[in-house]
Each structure stands twice: as structure tokens, then as C-alpha cells.
Design a protein around this ligand. Structure first.
Ligand SMILES: *Cc1c(COP(=O)(O)O)cnc(C)c1O
Length: 367
């Protein structure tokens, strides 16, 4: 095999920002110049004008359609990346004398816990830290505090390559909060099980910086502090996510990605596609004693696949040789090592086939 790719774009296995759907990038090129025949590009339109209003309203509607979001939930676009949600959520909902429960399943969960502790008590209701975060805690590994305000979890652990296969239980009286940054809309999601969902853009939705928030409307009234304007979800809802000048391009691009998802079918078809893609790699891992997967079988992510060869030197060789034939960004996060192959919604199946093929050839030569 000389090269894995046939166009000027290579296979980008980056975990974030990740690759975007190619038709969306092409459309964005046009709309940057002149959107909807308005004679003005999307970046240059007023956030209160007709063109942007249409972009915003379509994005919200399409998002509602994708996830069957009921009317008693608000769809918001906020700023500061998912990392801002790590503190904004507890600042809004967690009083100093109350407790929130957090699953500690990796680096992003750990960041959320760190930020949560600024505002109230944090109880770790389940963790796999002792096992290098190689699985999702379940059953006897999970224990909730007495009356948590909410239960926070990270549905997909971008760095570890693990994912919740289904949402965790949530004790009576608490609401479920999910950092869904790296697997949102990769499979069906039952929004009614949640109080609050957030997802940074740059994994499955669009550009970095813009964050999608789906929040149950009654919770908007449950802020325990007087919030600064820019951090006030209720104000964002009232002002249609444009209290100040919003990241209009981020909202536009998320809107285009929503349209692309709808063109693929629904979240069931998205899931089938992602299972097929990840399955190509997992089947190589499962039939090999040369490669070792970081995640245990029952906790595997469909988005970020983490694995190693038999030595660090071979890992380096793997990454270099794959890079030389057009497969980029396979180096694992420094905390896990080895390789990480990220295949978000927009990552093409042909890239997964190419990687699977390369893995087999690499094992045959080096195993
Ligand atoms: C990437 C990521 C974040 C951080 O997002 P930023 O936009 O960089 O703040 C948070 N949580 C998860 C699960 C992520 O994958």
C-alpha cells in the first residue's frame, strides 16, 4: 500500500477539533461569500437581522428534530467551550450547602469535579480511576449521595476511549447532567431522561468555542446564585442565545451539521454507521494478540478507539508509518499513550477501512 487517500484531504483521526462533513465545508465556503443570495456572507450579517435569524431558527428546529427534543426543553448556544460548562453548571445549580454527584471516568470528568468543588460539595458516585479509567463504573461500583442536586457524567471519555453504553440511573429528586461533547448525536438520545445536556462544538457538531445546551425549562428558574448576564441560562433562553453578539458562525456551522445529520437519516442510522466504522477496528483488535485495547469490551467508545502495540517503539513506528500514507493524528493522549483513532460522525468509513487494513499489515510485519 503506498497511499491510503485519493484526494487532497487526508484521513484526519484528530480527537478535537475533529473532521467535519465535506458537503458542509463546501457549503460553508459558498455561504462565507454570499448566503442565500443576500449579497452578504454569513460572517458579515447582523446577529439581529433576517438572514441570521433564519440560520438560528433553522438550527434550533433541526436540532429538535434530530433528538426529538420536547417543547419543555430549551435549545441554547453558549460560549466558552465545554470547559466553561464545567463551572457554569455548578455555579448555577449547586448551593454551598448542597451536594452534586459526579462520575469520575477520565480527564474531562475530573475537570468538571474540580470546578464543581468551587461552588458546593461534590460526591464521586463512581470511578474507574484505580484501573486507569479503562471502564465505566456500574453496579456495585456506583453509590449516590443522600440527596444530590444532580448527577453529572461524561457520556464519552474522549481521551480514555470509553463510553457509557446507556445513561446511568439518577436518584429521585435529582436531575441528570451530561457532558456529551464527544458523542452527541452519534446514536439515539432520550432527552427526557436528562435535565441538562451540553456539548462543545469541535467533536461532533462544528467549530470550537460554541457549545450546544439542551436544558429542561423548569430548571432555568432553579439558579442558586445571581448569575452574570453571560452565564445566565434563563437570560440566554429569553434572548434566543443572542444577548450579546453570539458566535454566529459557530451556530451557522452547527446548523449545517444538523442538516447533514438529517440527510443521513436519523440517529438510529447514525448509530448503525458508527458501529460499522468502529467495528472494523475492534474486529482487528479482537482477533489480535499484538494489539491491546485500553478500554474493556463492555465500555468501549464508538468515537475514540484507544489501543497499543507490544512496545512504545512499535507504537511510534505505527504512528509514523500510518502518517506517511495519509492517516494523521493517531497518536494517543499522553496520559494513555499508544494510539487513539477518532471516528466522529463525519469521519468517513473508507478511512476506517484503510486503518483496519494498515493495522493488519503492520501486525504481519512487526508482530
Ligand atoms: C473536548 C472536550 C471538552 C473540552 O472542550 P473545550 O471546548 O475545549 O472546552 C470537555 N468535555 C469533553 C468530553 C470533551 O471531549
Amino acid at each position: 500500500m503506498t497511499t491510503a487517500v485519493t484526494t487532497d484531504r487526508i484521513y484526519n483521526f484528530s480527537a478535537g477539533p475533529g473532521c467535519l462533513p465535506e458537503p458542509v465545508l463546501k457549503q460553508a465556503q459558498e455561504d462565507l461569500w454570499n448566503i442565500d443570495g443576500s449579497g452578504v456572507g454569513i460572517l458579515e450579517h447582523s446577529h439581529r437581522g433576517k438572514a441570521y435569524s433564519q440560520v438560528l431558527h433553522e438550527a434550533i428546529e433541526d436540532c429538535r428534530t434530530i433528538a426529538s427534543i420536547p417543547d419543555d426543553y430549551e435549545v441554547l448556544f453558549v460560549q466558552g467551550g465545554a470547559t466553561t460548562q464545567c463551572f457554569q453548571v455548578p455555579m448555577y445549580f449547586l448551593a454551598p450547602d448542597r451536594t452534586a454527584d459526579y462520575f469520575l471516568t477520565g480527564k474531562w470528568a475530573s475537570d468538571s469535579i474540580h470546578e464543581g468543588k468551587r461552588y458546593g460539595n461534590v460526591h464521586v458516585c463512581g470511578t474507574s480511576e484505580g484501573d486507569g479509567f479503562n471502564h465505566i463504573p456500574t453496579g456495585s461500583e456506583v453509590s449516590y449521595s443522600d440527596k444530590p442536586v444532580y448527577v453529572h457524567y461524561t457520556s464519552n471519555n474522549t481521551i480514555m476511549g470509553t463510553g457509557f453504553q446507556t445513561e446511568p440511573d439518577c436518584p429521585e429528586g435529582a436531575f441528570l447532567v451530561c457532558d456529551a461533547s464527544s458523542d452527541i448525536f452519534s446514536r439515539p438520545i432520550d432527552v427526557t431522561k436528562y435535565g441538562f445536556i451540553y456539548a462543545g462544538g469541535q467533536k461532533n457538531l462544528g467549530p470550537a468555542g460554541t457549545v450546544l445546551v439542551i436544558v429542561r425549562k423548569d430548571l432555568l428558574e432553579r439558579n442558586v446564585r445571581d448569575m452574570p448576564w453571560m452565564l445566565d441560562y434563563a437570560l440566554a433562553a429569553k434572548k434566543e442565545s443572542r444577548f450579546n453578539t453570539p458566535p454566529t458562525f459557530g451556530v451557522y456551522l452547527m446548523g449545517q451539521v444538523f442538516k447533514w445529520i438529517l440527510e443521513q437519516g436519523d440517529l438510529e442510522s447514525m448509530k448503525a454507521y458508527n458501529e460499522r466504522k468502529a467495528g472494523l477496528i475492534y474486529s482487528v483488535l479482537d482477533s489480535s494478540s499484538f494489539y491491546k485495547s485500553h478500554a474493556t469490551k463492555d465500555s468501549r467508545s464508538m468515537m475514540n478507539l484507544t489501543f497499543k502495540t507490544t512496545s512504545e517503539d512499535l507504537d511510534k513506528k505505527f504512528i509514523a508509518e500510518a502518517g506517511a500514507i495519509g492517516m494523521d493524528a493517531l497518536k494517543g493522549h499522553r496520559s494513555v499513550g499508544g494510539m487513539r483513532a477518532t471516528m466522529y460522525n463525519a469521519f468517513p468509513e473508507a478511512g476506517c477501512e484503510a486503518l483496519a487494513q494498515f493495522m493488519k499489515e503492520f501486525e504481519a510485519k512487526n508482530g
